[in-house]
Write a protein that binds this ligand. Structure first.
Ligand code: PLP
Length: 455
């Protein structure tokens, strides 16, 4: 028997006490969010009507590098953290690569993805501030499930708008949210003005995260003692997810290695930020030459083919204007099965880092993502979420390059979630019913022309 160590876990005492705020270390800070009416830079107070106050402050904090994790949140983290760092010997063998591949397994969280890391923090701060109800949107249902559970933990009522296509394609996520006591509504719905408007114009609209966000914000604004929460894109969400990379840093040390390449799949940027930012700190501060790769779906290519400009975070234009790589808030992505990656824009921090050349982005076609997920499942015994398959595909592509050059690079990717509720999508892949979607440059440009210059 070999005595190779396969899995690295931290003792409870080593679970980080602080999140890492990369904004404090960035050379070029993200440009400020703008008030949609006045076009003036927003202050934290301007966000208080929508978000918990502490989350609003974290959102705009460009000075404090380390933000303490509240003890109540850290206690909840202990239920499933640290998550394992795993050396993917099986995958290395399947590809025949000399690269050393590691993955951080966020799928072991109670709800099956990284999303709980921020949901617990957000529900906690809301509770602290005397809020009783929280609203949110969800695509595939991962964020909704995480928030529903976190709300229950801290004694809050949760109302979730779920993108209609996911509500129909992934019915069990709805059941999970309901099990945790949340009220779930398919979006677009007739229960909000934003929903009514879009249904009137497009009666068969299958929904998008942008629309669901509009509905959830509207409900928060019209319900007393209620705040809105978001599972990705925003800087405070990225902050909470840095627990992933901070643990991974210590675990890579246990493995006596340091990553040459760090990879995460990319919806709005939170799990990518989570795994990448703590390592990127050493690139910014010490010039460490690590590559950071965000893997997005080819059908929703905001990082690789979008434009850096001010845009809204939602369909109806209720959010502040954010400086980001975007396909336009009016973008309606193809009905791919990686529901969590169907979002038109990228978070402001990641957008600035991409603009400044600190990171790269690749786009992955739908069939390639499921092929990669299947190879991984067979090699490692874990069925990955359809979103995570994009990170795996990017990792396999890098590992194959190492095979050609003979380089023993160290590749680290984030397994953002498991795919046990994505089996209908795998079924479609196996029966040949899935397709790749191509997006014409003209369509992207037309969309961006339509929104014009918003700032
Ligand atoms: C939501 C989700 C994503 C995409 O969101 P990010 O904020 O970009 O991380 C990726 N993987 C899984 C499993 C998800 O649930």
């Amino acid at each position: 028997m070999s005595n190779k160590i396969k899995k690295f876990i931290l003792p409870e005492s080593e679970i980080p006490h602080y999140w890492y705020n990369i904004q404090a270390d960035m050379v070029n800070k993200p440009m400020p969010p703008l008030h949609p009416g006045t076009k003036q830079p927003l202050k934290a107070e301007d966000l208080f009507p929508i978000f918990a106050e502490e989350l609003s402050r974290q959102e705009l904090d460009q000075t404090n590098t380390w933000i303490e994790i509240p003890e109540e949140v850290r206690e909840m983290y202990k239920n499933y953290r640290s998550t394992p760092l795993v050396r993917a010997y099986g995958l290395e063998k399947a590809i025949g690569t000399p690269a050393h591949i590691y993955f951080k397994n966020e799928s072991v969280s109670p709800i099956g993805s990284h999303k709980l890391n921020s949901a617990l923090a957000q529900a906690y701060y809301c509770k602290q501030e005397g809020i009783t109800n929280i609203t949110t949107e969800t695509g595939a249902g991962q964020w909704g499930a995480a928030l529903s559970y976190a709300a229950k933990v801290f004694g809050l009522e949760a109302a979730v708008y779920q993108v209609k296509i996911s509500y129909e394609q992934k019915p069990y996520r709805r059941s999970i949210m309901q099990t945790f006591g949340a009220q779930v509504t398919p979006s677009p719905s007739m229960s909000t003005r934003a929903g009514k408007d879009i249904l009137t114009a497009h009666p068969n609209y299958q929904g998008s995260l942008g629309t669901a966000i509009s509905e959830a914000i509207e409900l928060a604004q019209t319900t007393p003692n209620c705040k809105y929460t978001l599972g990705s894109v925003l800087s405070h969400v990225a902050l909470h997810q840095t627990i992933i990379g901070l643990e991974a840093e210590k675990q890579m040390e246990m493995a006596n290695e340091y990553p040459d390449i760090v990879i995460g799949c990319f919806g709005g940027g939170s799990n990518f930020a989570g795994i990448a930012f703590p390592f990127m700190r050493h690139t910014i501060l010490d010039g460490k030459k690590t590559r950071y790769i965000a893997a997005e779906p080819a059908s929703c290519p905001k990082l690789t083919r979008g434009k850096f400009q001010y845009d809204f975070g939602d369909e109806a234009g209720y959010t502040p204007l954010l400086p980001m790589f975007t396909l336009g808030h009016n973008f309606s992505p193809a009905n791919i099965h990686a529901g969590g990656l169907r979002y038109h824009g990228a978070g402001v921090i990641v957008s600035q880092l991409l603009k400044d050349g600190y990171m790269e982005a690749v786009d992955i076609k739908q069939l390639e993502s499921f092929e990669a997920g299947t190879i991984f499942a067979q090699a490692e015994g874990i069925i990955p979420a359809s979103e995570s398959c994009h990170a795996i595909a990017a990792a396999i592509n890098e590992a194959k390059k190492c095979k050609e050059t003979g380089e023993e690079k160290v590749i680290l990717f984030n397994l953002s979630g498991h795919g046990l509720l994505d089996m209908p999508s795998y079924d479609k892949y196996f029966s040949g019913d899935l397709q790749n979607y191509s997006l014409a440059d003209e369509d992207i440009q037309k969309n961006l022309d339509e929104i014009g210059n918003l700032a």
